[in-house]
Every structure is written in structure tokens, then in C-alpha cells.
Design a protein around this ligand. Structure first.
Ligand SMILES: *Cc1c(COP(=O)(O)O)cnc(C)c1O
Length: 478
């Protein structure tokens, strides 16, 4: 028996590489990441996606790290959208600041358990501190509690679940509890409503004003109508930075209406939330603190790698009530509100120690650099908004944050066709990546300046690309 055990120990020993092997592997990893970072400005923002061949990544076949890095180099890091590129101006770009990688590396190596306070008070303290900081910059009181989730979708699901439980929306009540949102509400909210078992709640799509913001008169109209019909306003969802146009709903006015009606007020600020770091922009964000819950994504506007969302509930006890459970095998975990852990505030138990990738950059760089970078993105978008009009483009509303929409209306009037072709050509060129949307049956091109590497020279490059492609599209359509 002992011999057999020792035999298996020897057979599995490569799971614990020795110092020289570790150094060899780390050296290859560092060289790969250096090669990536040193060439990032020259890399394409978009490569037309190519499917991998079957067998390329077969599990069960031992390969060297070098071979795997070669797969990454050719099949992953030169394929589709490059979110790390300064030229990524589509959707809501991501970040991936280098110092966050140090947090991820250490979190994986030390594998501290950050789900429960008794398992690691230090790790939980870091995550609590990050929530505490996030709640303080949006102006929530210290009754707030929150969670670092894997992203905005899960963060929104957590907030909606909490609202459901606080408002006791179940059984017959579901059919009489109304939800208010707009056409510009992110689709993950619809998903969350369904996952939370609320798809039979009457949902009102509140009208938009000419800036694609929620029309609060229309919200009032719906609420009055519903109340007269014996329905109960349950949930109002505002967007702080919509995906299509970056519009901020009138947060404060909606807060007032929510309070009068008794509805739970949720703000989806996945994209716009951390812009509150910019003092210059705070006026636009007044009323964030009038909500009951809010979501903001550090993997967007704090430039962290993907997999980082934040949800905060103003009266934190409701979040605890919604997600706290006990189990016999957790009897050593000192339950009680004095010892609140991430596992008490989210569906997760064992989880990635995400806080480390947020804590290290915030502490290492300070918060002011994030403020400067965000304000730069806002100004770059305003600059672009001016320049694109000089090229004869029609534009949507002035940018609230760092997204705007524009389209070219050619003399022949076939604008949708023209702009579709223009986007296709820009994407095929690949130096920058932009995406499009449709509003009121019009095809609009978007620009979203969120990648921390996007600077003035990227925007100037994009403008020169547009000039170049504009004449090509004109030629090909004639
Ligand atoms: C990105 C985004 C989401 C979804 O968040 P994920 O992190 O992609 O899951 C939700 N709402 C808004 C407004 C967003 O910008």
C-alpha cells in the first residue's frame, strides 16, 4: 500500500514544479507578455475571426508551454477583436492594465479563500475596502454593502434579486408588480428579470427624450396609470451610460419619482459608474446616490481585465437577507452580521480572489490617474464629435460620457447602405475597430472611447481612416 501511494506521488510530481522549472516557465510567460505589450500599438484592433481546427487544443495530449504560447500567438491573440488595442473603439471596450495581472498571478499562486471571513479576514478585508471605496465615491451612506462579481450582468442579477426579496415579489404579487425601463436598458437586465423569476411582471418601456434618456414625464404617466389600475410599482431601472449612445438618464428626477411611488430604484452604471471619479463630470451624475442599488464595472471604466463587476445596495441588510445561508459544515464560520463575508452577499461561495487585481492597481497608481484617464476619454470623444461634423457627418446628441453616434448622409440619400459599407471597410482595414447600432430605423456608427490606451493619436488616426474610406465608399456606390 505505502509503495503504491509513493508510486502515485512520483507520477504526479510535475504538479509541483521545482524552482528552476518555475523560473523557466515564468520567463517564457514574461517574454510572451512583453512581446505582446511592446507591439500593442502596431497590432491590429481587429482581425477577421478565424475558427480553430479540431484537434488544435486537444486535452490529454502533453505539450510544452512554448507550443501553447504559439497557439495563443497565432490563434487567440491575432483573432477577432483585440480589446487591449488602443484602436478598440467598438462596443464598450475593456482594459487590462498590467498591474492587475500581478494581482491575478498572486491570487492564483497563494490561492487565498476570499469567500468567507473566517477563512481569511485579510482577503475579505481587501474586498470590503474596495466596496467601501466604491460606495463612498458614489455617495451612498455607510449602511451600504456590496459585492465584487464577475461582471455587470451578474451584478445586475444580484441587485434585481435583492429588490425582489425586499419587495416580497412572489406568487400572485408578480402579476401586479410593475417594472419600468427603456428601450436603451441593457439586455442583461431582461435576462436578470427572467432568471429571477420575474418575467411575468408587467414591464413598461418608458419613452425616451431626444437625447435617448428616459422621459420622466412618461415615467410619471405610466406609474399613475398603473396605480389607478391597482398595480404596484415595483422596480425602476435607470441607465447611467447606455451602450448605444452613452446617455445618462435623469438620475435625480427618477430618484424622486421612485421615492414617491415606493418602487425600488436601480441604476445600471456598469459603464458610466466610475466616471464619478472625475470632479468635472460630477454634475452629470447627480442623483446616483438617490438609488437603492447600483452596478458599476471595474473591467470597463477602471480598465481592469475582464471578470470584474461591482454591485452595491444602499441598505446593505437587504442584500444580506437575500443571499445569506447557513450550512452545518460551515459551523466554524462565526455567522452574524459582524462577520459579513462575500458569500453572504452573492450567489457564490468559493470564488476567485478578485479584489487583488483591483486593490493592487488602485494602491500602486493612486486613484487620481484613473480620474485623469477617464476625463481624457471624455474629452477625446468630445473632440471626435467636433471633428466628425467637420467631415460632413450627421451626429447624435453631444456625448455625456465617452460614446457618441454619427452617420454620413450621401447625396443619393441611401444613408443606411452607405454607413453599413463604411463600417465594413473600417473593420476590414483593422487598424481601429468600431461597431454600429440602429436607432429609429437609422443605421448609426458608434465610437466608444474606454480603452486606457486610446489617446489623441488614435482618434486622429481614426479620422484619417474615415476620410480615406469615405471616398472609397462613394466610389463603390456610384
Ligand atoms: C457592459 C454593460 C452591462 C453588462 O455587463 P458585463 O460586465 O458585460 O456582464 C450591463 N449594462 C451596461 C450599461 C453595460 O455597459
Amino acid at each position: 500500500m505505502r509503495d503504491l501511494i509513493l508510486d502515485y506521488q512520483i507520477k504526479s510530481r510535475s504538479l509541483e514544479p521545482e524552482l528552476d522549472v518555475r523560473r523557466f516557465l515564468i520567463d517564457q510567460m514574461i517574454r510572451y507578455s512583453e512581446e505582446f505589450l511592446e507591439t500593442i500599438s502596431d497590432r491590429r484592433a481587429y482581425d477577421v475571426p478565424v475558427e480553430s481546427a479540431q484537434g488544435d487544443t486537444l486535452i490529454g495530449q502533453v505539450e510544452s508551454l512554448e507550443d501553447m504560447l504559439s497557439y495563443l500567438r497565432n490563434k487567440v491573440d491575432k483573432n477577432g477583436i483585440n480589446p487591449a488595442s488602443p484602436g478598440h473603439l467598438g462596443y464598450v471596450p475593456g482594459g487590462g492594465i498590467f498591474t492587475a495581472a500581478i494581482g491575478d498571478f498572486l491570487a492564483a499562486v497563494t490561492n487565498r479563500y476570499s469567500g468567507l471571513k473566517f477563512a481569511n479576514p485579510g482577503a475579505v478585508h481587501i474586498e470590503n475596502e474596495l466596496i467601501e471605496w466604491s460606495r463612498s465615491i458614489i455617495g451612498y451612506p455607510d449602511t451600504a454593502l456590496g459585492n465584487i462579481s464577475s461582471g455587470g450582468s451578474i451584478a445586475n442579477l444580484i441587485a434585481i434579486t435583492c429588490a425582489r426579496d425586499k419587495m416580497k415579489i412572489k406568487g400572485e404579487k408578480i402579476y401586479k408588480s410593475t417594472i419600468y425601463l427603456t428601450q436603451q436598458t441593457h439586455h442583461c437586465i431582461q435576462k436578470a428579470i427572467r432568471i429571477a423569476g420575474l418575467e411575468d411582471c408587467p414591464v413598461r418601456t418608458v419613452a425616451l427624450d431626444e437625447h435617448y434618456r428616459m422621459d420622466t414625464e412618461n415615467l410619471r404617466y405610466w406609474i399613475n396609470k398603473d396605480q389607478k389600475a391597482g398595480l404596484q410599482p415595483f422596480l425602476i431601472i435607470a441607465s447611467c451610460g447606455s451602450t448605444d449612445t452613452g446617455a445618462i438618464d435623469p438620475l435625480e428626477r427618477i430618484g424622486g419619482i421612485a421615492q414617491q411611488s415606493g418602487a425600488w430604484y436601480h441604476i445600471d452604471a456598469a459603464y458610466g459608474g466610475y466616471f464619478c471619479l472625475c470632479g468635472e463630470m460630477r454634475e452629470k451624475l447627480i442623483g446616483m446616490d438617490s438609488s437603492d442599488s447600483i452596478v458599476m464595472d471595474p473591467h470597463k471604466t477602471l480598465f481592469l481585465p475582464y471578470g470584474s463587476g461591482v454591485v452595491i445596495i444602499k441598505e446593505g441588510k437587504y442584500l444580506f437577507d437575500s443571499f445569506h445561508y447557513t450550512a452545518n459544515y460551515l459551523q466554524d464560520a462565526n455567522p452574524g452580521t459582524q462577520n459579513i463575508s462575500p458569500a453572504d452577499l452573492s450567489p457564490e461561495l468559493t470564488k476567485h480572489f478578485r479584489g487583488l487585481r483591483m486593490w493592487i492597481p488602485l494602491k500602486l497608481h493612486g486613484t487620481e490617474v484613473f480620474q485623469s484617464a477617464l476625463y481624457e476619454k471624455h474629452l477625446l470623444t468630445k473632440y471626435f464629435y467636433e471633428q466628425i461634423q467637420k467631415l460632413g457627418f450627421e451626429v447624435g446628441p453631444p456625448p455625456d460620457l465617452s460614446i457618441c453616434i454619427y452617420r454620413y448622409v450621401p447625396k443619393n440619400g441611401r444613408a443606411n447602405e452607405f454607413n453599413t459599407l463604411l463600417v465594413k471597410m473600417i473593420q476590414e482595414d483593422g487598424r481601429v475597430f468600431v461597431s454600429s447600432t440602429t436607432l429609429d430605423q437609422k443605421y448609426w456608427i458608434r465610437i466608444a472611447v474606454v480603452c486606457f490606451r486610446t489617446h489623441l493619436k488614435t482618434i486622429d488616426l481614426y479620422i484619417s481612416i474615415i476620410k480615406e474610406k469615405l471616398s472609397q465608399v462613394e466610389e463603390s456606390m456610384n
